[in-house]
Design a protein around this ligand. Structure first.
Ligand code: HEC
Length: 316
């Protein structure tokens, strides 16, 4: 009788040890690396390129060394109009995403098709390459794989760029760098949870959506709306422009900081932006001495704010 507590304790200890041994022995049987990349993962990896956090190829997080995502509307070789096709352009010297360097991480099936039919092994950083997603069949199932269009069709970055219009070019890759650098993840998440959350912010992601992505920018804890699908619920560049210049223009009580400095010092027409004048007029408006707020300057096509808005629009 005196040893009863010890017996209970010993059994509980045995159960805990046994349980943890089962986990240790059984879990490795689930091979995370074999999870195939989903279309979402492939699109994200090829839009953002190799690495968006601090790295030696972009030490100041300025959006250097990033690919361009282009909606091609004309055949690059003949110039004839064709059904819109999305391609990822890696100009000379742009580092390829991890899946090109180590095809194994693309996952089962995607790796085989990308290497054999997509010829990704022939892509060379020095020459640059153009990639796209293609459909193929693997063991009876239809899946997407990566095609190196430079090898299969002879579409080099220079040829593709020569038929692309600026409005068809997305700098979402560089925009993700802005997202990381500006600390948007301090307030926002990119991870709707498997709770009622998804009724507001959209479907939670799947395991295969993150293959090869670095960093994932999930966010820490959430103080503001989840942004994983923001481009689906709000695809107005105009709204984004007002909101980033000063969130109080569209959400009077917003705690979000303004990001007007991402405009740089010149607007779309090359005019110098007078931030002090804008601020003075805005304060008059805020205090009721003006009926309308001052106009927000149109951003120039190579400004950081354009990159960031391109990234917001890519979050579908
Ligand atoms: C201090 C916290 C904070 C930071 C930092 C912050 N935001 Fe926000 N953001 C908010 C809040 C709060 C809202 C909701 C109110 C509003 O719309 O302004 C919001 C709203 C938004 C929305 C609209 C969301 C929707 O559901 O339509 C977008 C887009 C957005 N933020 C993008 C960004 C980006 C990009 C950055 C980084 C450059 C950023 N935010 C930085 C707090 C923040």
């Amino acid at each position: 009788m005196a040893f009863r507590e010890y017996k209970i304790g010993a059994r509980m200890f045995g159960l805990a040890l046994g349980g943890s041994m089962c986990i240790t022995l059984l879990l490795p049987a689930f091979d995370f690396a074999s999870v195939s990349s989903t279309d979402v993962a492939l699109d994200k990896a090829f839009t953002a390129g190799h690495e968006t956090a601090f790295n030696l190829e972009d030490p100041f997080l300025l959006g250097w060394n990033k690919p361009l995502k282009i909606t091609l509307k004309a055949d690059p070789k003949t110039g004839q109009p064709m059904a819109a096709k999305e391609v990822y352009v890696y100009q000379t010297g742009t580092t390829f995403p991890a899946g090109i360097l180590h095809p194994r991480i693309l996952g089962k099936g995607v790796e085989e098709l990308s290497v054999q039919q997509g010829k990704i092994g022939e892509a060379q950083k020095g020459a640059g390459a153009v990639f796209a997603l293609a459909k193929g069949s693997f063991q009876g199932a239809e899946i997407s794989y990566v095609e190196n269009l430079t090898a299969t069709k002879g579409w080099t970055p220079a040829v593709v760029m020569s038929v692309a219009k600026d409005e068809d070019v997305s700098h979402a890759g560089a925009g993700k760098t802005m997202f990381v650098r500006e600390g948007c993840w301090w307030c926002h998440t990119l991870l709707p949870e498997q709770t009622q959350d998804w009724q507001v912010f959209g479907a939670p992601p799947m395991l295969g959506d993150f293959n090869g992505e670095s960093p994932t920018a999930f966010g820490s804890d959430r103080k503001a709306p989840d942004l994983l699908h923001v481009g689906s619920r709000n695809s107005s560049r105009e709204w984004m422009m007002l909101h980033f210049f000063n969130p109080r223009l569209v959400q009077p009580h917003s705690i979000m900081p303004r990001f007007d400095y991402l405009w740089g010092d010149k607007d779309a027409s090359g005019q110098k932006i007078d931030f002090d004048k804008w601020r003075a007029e805005y304060i008059q408006y805020r205090d009721g001495a003006r009926v309308t707020p001052p106009e927000v300057p149109a951003y120039s096509k190579n400004s950081e704010i354009r990159y960031l808005i391109d990234y917001m629009m890519s979050l579908k």
